[in-house]
Design a protein around this ligand. Structure first.
Ligand code: SAH
Length: 194
């Protein structure tokens, strides 16, 4: 299959993810933040993640600079990459829809913040982060490039590891026993087996 097909799939899905996000960014701008947690650290982490999920893949799509890291992958592997990447964007959209006005880019408690435990939040505490894991895992085979794959996984791993514990601590401080009970029933990225 033509290389341009895979690059187009990536760009279309990336644009879709940006468009899905717009209404929630606008809602966030209109709303009020009640508690903000370690703002600078979290903003830096969001930028680090953006390098791996957007900047490097787009450099690869629109310039020849990363072509020395191109991999030779069979079409079936690239198609699996495309399907997995589309699933990541769909899950990302679903989590945004469920979080709605409670969503923020950084760690915040909004005015009238509600604990969401429905939809993808029923069995998993951080399904949006699951979506970003799927994103960085599948964009590698979709674009068939080692730099895209490695930088995506490493930058997201750094952001995830330095964010998730702070987020859960913030949620416990805000929701107390309600969040602790929710933690017993749910897994961080995947549903609990038992
Ligand atoms: N970690 C979640 C949400 C990411 S967006 C996920 O991966 O799906 C980050 C914001 O979501 C944080 O500021 C936090 O206040 C909020 N948040 C996280 N889990 C939530 C939940 N279950 N209900 C409501 N808000 C939540």
């Amino acid at each position: 299959m033509d290389e341009r097909v895979f690059k187009t799939i990536f760009v279309v899905l990336l644009l879709a993810s940006m468009m899905i996000r717009v209404p929630y960014v606008l809602k966030h701008l209109k709303g009020v933040t009640a508690i903000s947690r370690t703002h600078t650290k979290q903003s830096v982490l969001v930028c680090i993640a953006a390098i791996g999920i957007m900047v490097i893949p787009l450099i690869h799509v629109f310039s020849p600079w990363l072509s020395r890291f191109d991999l030779t992958m069979p079409t079936w592997a690239r198609l699996i990459g495309a399907v997995g990447f589309a699933m990541a964007i769909a899950l990302y959209g679903w989590t945004l829809k469920m979080l709605d006005g409670n969503w923020s880019n950084v760690l915040e408690i909004r005015e009238n913040h509600k604990l969401i435990t429905a939809g993808p939040y029923r069995h998993v505490r951080h399904p949006m982060y699951t979506a970003f894991w799927l994103w960085v895992i599948f964009q590698g085979p979709l674009l068939s490039n080692a730099a895209v794959w490695l930088v995506g996984i490493v930058t997201w791993a750094i952001t995830y590891c330095l964010r998730v514990a702070d987020e859960e601590q913030m949620m416990i401080e805000q929701f107390g026993r309600q969040y602790e009970q929710y933690m017993w029933k749910t897994g961080r990225l995947w549903p609990k087996l038992s």
